[in-house]
Design a protein around this ligand. Structure first.
Ligand SMILES: [Zn+2]
Length: 384
C-alpha cells in the first residue's frame, strides 16, 4: 500500500510536467505555422505586383488555409476572384467571411458590400438588391442606394426608382429631384399606355411640383392635353414651360406653335418666340416662327426669316430651307439639288449626347448609349 502511494505522489508531478511539455510543443508548432503564413502572404503580394494573378491566388489560398481567421486575406482573395470574373468563388469567400461569428461590425459591413458587388458584377440583380438592402444604416448606405437605383432603372421599374430617389434626395447625396421628375414622367407614360389618363395627369402634376424647372413634365402634360382636345390648356402649359426652362425653348417651340394655332393665340406666341430667338437664335425656334408667321399672314413670304438667320450665322440647314421655296433659273433641276441638300443636312439635324457623343435623330431625356439623364442639349448638331 505504501509503495502504491509513493508512486502516485511521484506520478502526479510527472503528469503535470508531461502536460506542460506537450502544451509547449503545440505552441512551438503554432509559431512555426504563423511564421510560414507571412511568407505565403508576401509571395502572393509579390505575384500581384507582377500582375501574375493566378500565382497570387494560389499563394493566398495557401495562406488562408494555414490561418483561416485572417479576414484581410479573405478580402484580398475575394476581390481578386471578382476582378477575374470568377464570381462564384468570390461569393463563396465573402459568404464564408459573413458566417464567421468573430468578425467585427466594420468587417461584416465590408464583407456585405463586397458580396453585393459580386452579385452586381455577375448580373444577378435580384440577389444584388437583397445584399444592397442589408447595407441600409451602414457607411455604405449611399453607395448601396445608388447601385439599387441603377438596377431599378435597368429593370425599368420606375416606381422603385422613384422610391429610392426620394430616399437619396433626403440624404446628403445631392439633389435627385430632376431624376425623380423623369421617373414620374416614365410612370405617366405607362399610365397613358394603359389608357389611365387621370393617373397620368396626377403623375405629371407631381413631376412638375417635384422639379418645377424641368421641361419634360410640362411638355408631356401639354401633349396629353392636346390629345384630349384642350389646345388652350396645352398652350398655357407650354408657355409656363418656356418661362420655367428657357434653355429648352427649341424643344418647346414647335409644339407651342401648333397649340397656339389651334387656340387662336398665334400672334401672342409669335411675339414670345421672336423674343426668345433674339436672345438665342435657334433653328427649331426659327421653324416655329416661320410656321406662325406664314399662318398669320397667308400669302406672305416667310422665308425671309431664314435669310435673316443666315445674316447672323452660316447655317446649311437654314440655307436648304430657304432654297426649298426658291424658284431657280433651271427649275427642272431643283428636285435633284434639293435632294442633295437634304441629304447633306440630315446629320446636322441630329442631337448629340454631351456625355458620350451618341447621336440620334430624336431628342432623348436619357441617353440610349450611356444611360445618362438630361445629357442631350436642346440644340441640333449644327448649332453646337
Ligand atoms: Zn450618352
Amino acid at each position: 500500500m505504501t509503495l502504491d502511494l509513493s508512486w502516485i505522489l511521484l506520478g502526479l508531478p510527472a503528469a503535470f510536467v508531461l502536460g506542460w511539455l506537450a502544451s509547449r510543443l503545440d505552441l512551438r508548432q503554432l509559431r512555426i505555422e504563423n511564421r510560414r503564413n507571412p511568407k505565403a502572404y508576401f509571395r502572393g503580394l509579390n505575384h500581384l505586383l507582377n500582375e501574375q494573378q493566378d500565382q497570387a491566388i494560389d499563394a493566398f489560398i495557401e495562406a488562408v488555409q494555414n490561418d483561416p481567421d485572417t479576414s484581410e486575406l479573405h478580402f484580398a482573395l475575394g476581390n481578386l476572384f471578382r476582378r477575374r470574373g470568377e464570381y462564384e468563388r468570390a461569393v463563396r469567400v465573402h459568404e464564408h467571411l459573413l458566417s464567421r461569428a468573430d468578425l467585427s461590425e466594420a468587417d461584416r459591413q465590408r464583407a456585405q458590400h463586397a458580396l453585393a458587388l459580386d452579385y452586381l458584377k455577375a448580373g444577378l440583380l435580384d440577389r444584388a438588391d437583397e445584399a444592397l438592402l442589408k447595407l441600409e444604416g451602414t457607411p455604405y448606405q449611399t453607395q448601396a442606394r445608388l447601385a439599387r437605383l441603377a438596377n431599378a432603372e435597368r429593370a425599368r421599374d420606375w416606381a422603385q426608382a422613384a422610391q429610392i430617389a426620394r430616399q437619396l434626395d433626403q440624404t446628403e447625396a445631392g439633389s435627385f429631384s430632376a431624376r425623380l421628375a423623369h421617373y414620374l414622367c416614365e410612370q405617366a407614360a405607362e399610365a397613358v399606355r394603359r389608357a389611365d389618363l387621370a393617373q397620368a395627369h396626377e403623375l405629371l402634376q407631381q413631376a412638375i411640383a417635384t422639379s418645377p424647372e424641368s421641361p419634360r413634365p410640362r411638355l408631356e402634360l401639354a401633349r396629353l392635353q392636346t390629345q384630349q382636345g384642350r389646345p388652350e390648356v396645352a398652350c398655357a402649359t407650354l408657355e409656363a414651360a418656356l418661362a420655367a426652362a428657357p434653355a429648352a425653348t427649341p424643344l418647346i417651340a414647335q409644339q407651342l406653335a401648333s397649340a397656339a394655332l389651334a387656340c387662336g393665340r398665334a400672334a401672342a406666341v409669335l411675339a414670345r418666340l421672336q423674343e426668345a430667338y433674339a436672345q438665342q437664335p435657334s433653328l427649331d425656334v426659327l421653324d416655329a416662327i416661320v410656321t406662325l408667321d406664314a399662318a398669320l399672314q397667308s400669302g406672305a413670304d416667310s422665308r425671309g426669316w431664314y435669310v435673316r438667320h443666315l445674316e447672323r450665322e452660316p447655317s446649311l440647314v437654314a440655307a436648304a430651307r430657304w432654297i426649298a421655296g426658291e424658284k431657280l433659273e433651271h427649275e427642272q433641276f431643283h428636285p435633284l439639288v434639293q435632294r442633295a441638300l437634304e441629304h447633306a443636312v440630315r446629320p446636322l439635324l441630329r442631337y448629340r449626347c454631351a456625355a458620350c457623343g451618341f447621336e440620334a435623330k430624336q431628342h432623348f431625356w436619357q441617353c440610349p448609349g450611356c444611360q445618362a439623364w438630361d445629357s442631350y442639349p436642346a440644340r441640333r448638331v449644327e448649332e453646337l
